[in-house]
Design a protein around this ligand. Structure first.
Ligand SMILES: Cc1ncc(C[n+]2csc(CCOP(=O)(O)OP(=O)(O)O)c2C)c(N)n1
Ligand SMILES: [Mg+2]
Length: 372
């Protein structure tokens, strides 16, 4: 459960005690829609996986408030170095579900040309959404390196490196935070403490009293926030982004939340998550809580959720159908984008492969099973 040391803004009844979040009514409603669209995108991706249309997906249920709250604190010129669970940040900033579905299917219009796993998105606009790394924690030093480059060039972009509680055990976490502290790099580290790293509880991940406290070792502030409270996450990440942009260096934010679904489409959390824990977190749903807040401000009433959901379902379902009907990347793309001029030995291998495919046809797609 979220402990008392974690900052909260919205109370269980939706009362934010006059908190000034700096968002207009339209922006608040955009946040609401972004959370629901994230939930619907997740549901559809899981159905696509279960029906064998895509190979893999990563549930997002329960963490939408943290995703959207953090994304809302960034400018479009900032850079996100996401974990695989962060597609709500892309949706918030206006990446269309269709572009995301091209990645889910790994088709010819996928920005990664089918070379990445599903849910491993990368976008250059409308916000820089760096290609997701499967190996845990490897993107943390990448974010620090990019932030250091912006600093050296005198550009005021901020990098957000987002990772899980399990990510704090990676080498990348320690070397990344260490040098970000030394260089006062403009980076915000967002540790999503969702209780579990696959089947390892966060209590089995660290002997520290929190994840936020690790910041002290690297000479930066560490803040713990209620991750199911969109406004609290926005507040804390916004302050960290402000410090980074002002040249005051990095911050480690620990957002305490809960993964209400499986680790991935290949996981069965009922085998290790206690039912009472799941039930208790169900009461803290970030979307329900934000609805209560909006209702107190006269911006939400019964039936609104259904309308937003219906629109999202229609849009995302259509995106899935369109992306699913696209051809896969051409065989020749295997040999593109690495060398400006293809070396002779690769050209010869390519010709042999193209010749084989002309004579025998391309291999058929598999049944959608994925080993993770
Ligand atoms: C270096 C490395 N080791 C192990 C794995 C297998 N693995 C994939 S996800 C994961 C757990 C990550 O948990 P956490 O960082 O808490 O993120 P969450 O999935 O909870 O969002 C592990 C061990 C991996 N991808 N990379
Ligand atoms: Mg985790």
């Amino acid at each position: 459960m979220v402990d008392a040391a974690a900052l909260s803004v919205i109370g269980p009844d939706g009362d934010a005690g006059g908190h000034e979040c700096g968002l207009s009514d339209d922006q608040l409603l955009h946040c609401y829609r972004a959370m629901l669209r994230t939930r619907v995108f997740d549901e559809i991706c899981m159905k696509l996986q279960r029906s064998g249309r895509v190979g893999f997906s990563v549930p997002n249920l329960g963490i939408e408030g943290m995703q959207v709250g953090a994304a809302s604190a960034l400018e479009k010129t900032d850079w996100v170095f996401p974990s695989y669970r962060d597609f709500g940040m892309a949706l918030y900033h206006g990446v269309t579900p269709l572009r995301m579905m091209h990645n889910m299917f790994g088709n010819g219009l996928d920005s990664a040309k089918g070379r990445q796993m599903s849910v491993h998105f990368s976008f250059e606009e409308p916000i820089h959404f760096f290609s997701i790394s499967s190996p845990i924690g490897t993107h943390i030093p990448q974010a620090v390196g990019a932030a250091r480059a912006f600093q050296a060039r005198g550009e005021d972009h901020v990098c957000l490196a987002s990772f899980g509680d399990g990510g704090t055990s990676s080498l990348g976490f320690h070397s990344g935070l260490n040098f970000a502290g030394v260089w006062k790099a403009p980076v915000v580290f967002l540790c999503q403490n969702n209780g579990w790293a696959i089947s390892c509880p966060s209590s089995g991940q660290t002997a520290s009293e929190s994840f936020a406290i690790k910041a002290a070792a690297y000479g930066m502030p560490g803040v713990k926030v209620d991750g199911n409270d969109l406004l609290a996450v926005r507040e804390v990440v916004g302050e960290a982004v402000g410090r980074a942009r002002a040249g005051e260096g990095p911050t480690l934010v620990e957002a305490v939340t809960f993964r209400m679904g499986g680790h991935s489409s290949s996981d069965d959390p009922t085998r290790y998550v206690p039912a009472e824990e799941l039930e208790a977190w169900g009461e803290r749903d970030p979307i329900d809580r934000f609805e209560k807040y909006l209702a107190q401000r006269g911006l939400w009433s019964e039936g609104d959720e259904e309308h937003v959901r219906e629109d999202a379902l229609a849009e995302i379902d259509a995106a899935a159908k369109e992306a699913g009907a696209q051809a896969p990347p051409g065989l020749e793309t295997i040999f593109s984008d690495v060398y400006e001029t293809l070396p002779d030995h690769l050209r010869a291998q390519g010709e042999a492969v193209f010749d084989l495919s002309r004579r025998k046809g391309e291999a058929a797609a598999g049944g959608g099973e994925f080993p993770l």
